[in-house]
Each structure stands twice: as C-alpha cells, then as structure tokens.
Design a protein around this ligand. Structure first.
Ligand SMILES: Cc1cc2nc3c(=O)[nH]c(=O)nc-3n(C[C@H](O)[C@H](O)[C@H](O)COP(=O)(O)O)c2cc1C
Length: 217
C-alpha cells in the first residue's frame, strides 16, 4: 500500500463566490441555477446526492441516491420502500440530502420532511425506465441478505421468463419519496478556507417565505 500523506493534500478553492446579494434570492431558483451549472460543467453525476436518514436508535445512515425531479414542493428520488432507508424514512419522516460538485467547488445541503409520492407518479416513472432496470427493481429485496451473486442473477432470469412479453408491474414496495425542504445551505469554496455559506430557512407560518443568514465557514 502506498504510504500517502493525506495531510499534504490541500486544495485552495477559488472558482466562485456567494456575495451577500444572494441572500435575497429564492433557494429553489439558486438550486436550479447551480444544478444547471453542474450539467453545463460536465459534473459526472450531477444528480447524485448523499441521503442521510436516522433509525429508531438515532443511528444515522447515509448513502447515494439520484435526484429525479424537483420543484417547490420537494426533491424526488426513487427507492424500495422496504429497504433500510425506506423503513427509516417511514418511521422518522426526516432526511437530509447533500450534493457535492467538486468541479465547481460547491456543496448544497437540504434538510426536511419526507413523504411518499402519489403511486400514479411512481408508476409513470417506473414504466419510463429501461426494462432491465424495471426487472431489477421487481426482483430485488433491497437491503436484505442474498446468498450469492448467482442467486441474484437466477432470480433475474426466472423473472424474465415469468414475465416474457408482459408489462413488468411496479412492486408496491418500490416508488418515489419527496423531500420537502425546510432548510438549504449553499456552500461555495473560497481561498484560504474562508468559504461562503448561505443558509435559507423556511418561515414556520408561511411555507413560501424564506429567510437567509450567512454562516461562518
Ligand atoms: C451513483 C449511485 C446512485 C444510486 N442511486 C440510487 C437510487 O436512486 N435509489 C436507490 O434506492 N439506491 C441508489 N443507489 C444505491 C444506494 O446508495 C444504496 O446502496 C441502496 O439504496 C441501499 O441503501 P439502504 O440499504 O441504506 O436502504 C445508488 C448508488 C450510487 C453509488
């Protein structure tokens, strides 16, 4: 194993800034702008976000999922409702999502409440996926132990035979969640670790109204 000195790895961030005029923008518009920038700058997986959940013992768990849609009502991703995360979300109803776009020296954090999306919308997205992805969702019991790779592939072959020529039904246990944002943080790396951080919080009495503060880096 190479004897790397991680202390010596030090990047100075200098691509952008978030000046105080950004405090007046709407966080959804800023999110849209930054997501567009990520696509235009060829960030490899711009929609990949780390999704953090918490279990009944308060143990946090985090993993990547893909953002598939968003609007002012929330941020939509798809998963198995009976996976570890699915169960945690049903119980705690709380989640946090983080995007990191190194090419832009930017991070966005979103925190809020999670709800299942309408089953018709899950059906529509499920049917738009490539057939083998539908089949994989159909046979997978996400987060459960499987005996071997072969067992998994056999399940896929069996389902392929069983459903040959028929539409693949969306399992009730697979679908979308919407993360309804209560707080955003936009982080832009700046020289000498004096980064810009703008935190937007929704007003408790008016879900359309947001206020913004600058946080110390
Ligand atoms: C780039 C990337 C994209 C992923 N997208 C999804 C996704 O959209 N939905 C999903 O359920 N899992 C996705 N995964 C897999 C999850 O990270 C995770 O392994 C899986 O959902 C099981 O998590 P859990 O056991 O905590 O429920 C993705 C993983 C990677 C690395």
């Amino acid at each position: 194993m190479p004897n790397r000195d991680y202390h010596a790895h030090r990047k100075n961030y200098q691509l952008g800034e978030l000046n105080d005029s950004f405090k007046d923008v709407n966080p959804f518009e800023l999110f849209q702008q930054w997501m567009d920038d990520a696509f235009e700058n060829n960030v490899p997986e711009p929609t990949a976000m780390t999704l953090a959940t918490v279990d009944a013992t308060q143990q946090p768990h985090a993993r990547i999922v893909l953002l598939k849609a968003f609007d002012r009502d929330g941020f939509i991703f798809y998963t198995h409702y009976e996976s570890a995360k699915g169960r945690e979300l049903i119980t705690s109803k709380r989640a946090a999502a983080t995007f990191f776009w190194p090419e832009l020296e930017r991070q966005i954090r979103i925190e809020g409440i999670v709800e299942k999306i309408n089953p018709n919308d899950s059906d529509r997205y499920f049917q738009s996926r490539p057939l083998d992805s539908q089949l994989s969702a159909y046979i997978s019991k996400q987060s459960q132990v499987v005996d071997s790779r072969e067992a998994l592939e056999q399940r896929m072959l069996d389902a392929k035979k069983e459903l040959a020529g028929k539409p693949i039904p969306r399992p009730d246990t697979w679908g979308g969640y919407r993360l309804v944002a209560k707080r955003f943080e936009f982080w832009q790396g700046r020289p000498n670790r004096l980064h810009d951080r703008l935190q937007f919080s929704v007003h408790t009495t008016d879900p359309q109204a947001w206020s913004c503060v600058r946080l110390s880096p």
